[in-house]
Design a protein. Structure first.
Length: 350
């Protein structure tokens, strides 16, 4: 399938190049689908918004898409590799965009090495793997091996894991080019830095955009109005639902943070220092990522070492942190991992 896809891509590229050379047409910049589109008119109509999405989605939102895909990979895997992916995610959430651009090649190399390495671990050329008897209990040992994402003759690996890893590698590779294009200013639509990078809170002096809150000129303005007016409340309600849907310390944290931000209301956005507003949303975002990390890493306890909590009378820890094995390959339990959804919504809101 990969060879077929590469062949089709080569055919399309050479056909486009041949056709443009015959009519003396200019070759558009890489990634540009609609060459004659003016990005300044992106909100004039829904068609223009779609054209803008085709041309500049990854340039504008590639980093956010990559981080969301990292959360999806951790949600699909729920194992050691998912834990390592969340460690990368925590790093990218806590650092600036420029710092992310500097270490992004390391993350890309990590994924490029990890994907073929997983196939090597699944080699069946040995009669017995050295990790087949690490634990005395066979079921607990298989659960532990599965969390470590090692090969096993008893439990077949989940093919969706490598599919998710492939798409993450693809998206991260695209974002690497987006960082390169941004650094060399390939596209004339400006950078992706914050409008307050000079720490000036003067948004009324030279604002090139019209007031879409008062007057809506297109359906895109209606969508922007809904996002900016109601996105804050919808997000906090979803965070509150995440807290009410569980009975653990993680859920209590959601409830506390939701009420903390709900109590401030729209006053959160009329402060003299915008850093305060962003910092409080960043606290909620970091809490969600840390909760995801704790839930994934606690899977090794819930799936392989849950007996230790019973032996040492630590069942209250299991209840406090809601430690349950959610891997369907082991016990068929439905996955209750909702945190990735809230991460997606809050990160796009930021």
């Amino acid at each position: 399938m990969a060879l077929i896809a590469l062949s089709i891509q080569a055919i399309v590229i050479y056909r486009q190049r041949h056709k443009r050379s015959r009519v003396n047409a200019t070759i558009p910049k890489r990634g540009i689908v609609f060459e004659d589109f003016d990005y300044k008119d992106w909100d004039a109509s829904l068609v223009n918004a779609c054209k803008f999405a085709f041309n500049y989605t990854f340039y504008r939102f590639g980093l956010e898409i990559s981080m969301i895909m990292m959360a999806v990979v951790a949600w699909v895997r729920m194992d050691l590799i998912g834990t390592l992916t969340l460690i990368w995610l925590i790093v990218f959430v806590c650092i600036s965009r420029n710092a992310s651009r500097r270490i992004w090649p390391l993350f890309l190399i990590y994924l490029a090495v990890l994907l073929p390495l997983q196939y090597q671990f699944c080699s069946k050329q040995v009669a017995e793997y050295p990790w087949s008897h690490w634990l005395s209990n066979s079921i607990q040992n298989e659960n532990f091996v599965l969390w470590l994402d090692l090969a096993s003759y008893r439990i077949h690996p989940n093919p969706y894991n490598t599919i998710a890893d492939f798409f993450l590698l693809l998206i991260v590779s695209c974002q690497q080019y987006a960082f390169y294009a941004e650094y060399h200013n390939f596209y004339s639509i400006g950078d992706n830095e914050s409008v307050y990078k000079t720490k000036d809170y003067n948004i009324a002096a030279n604002n090139p955009h019209y007031d879409f809150i008062t007057h809506q000129r297109s359906f895109v303005d209606v969508l922007k109005l809904a996002i900016f007016n109601y996105g804050h409340w919808a997000t906090l309600v979803m965070v509150l639902i995440a807290g009410l849907g569980g009975v653990s310390l993680f859920a209590l944290g959601y409830i506390v943070l939701a009420f903390w931000l709900l109590w401030q209301g729209n006053a959160l956005y009329i402060r003299k220092r915008y850093e305060v507003t962003l910092r409080r949303w960043k606290i909620l975002l970091i809490y969600i990522v840390l909760t995801m990390f704790c839930k994934v890493i606690l899977q090794v306890v819930g799936c392989a070492f849950i007996h230790l909590l019973k032996e040492y009378h630590l069942c209250y820890i299991r209840q406090l942190f809601s430690i349950v094995c959610v891997n369907k390959a082991l016990d068929g339990t439905e996955n209750y991992y909702f945190d990735g959804r809230w991460f997606l919504i809050i990160y796009f809101l930021l």
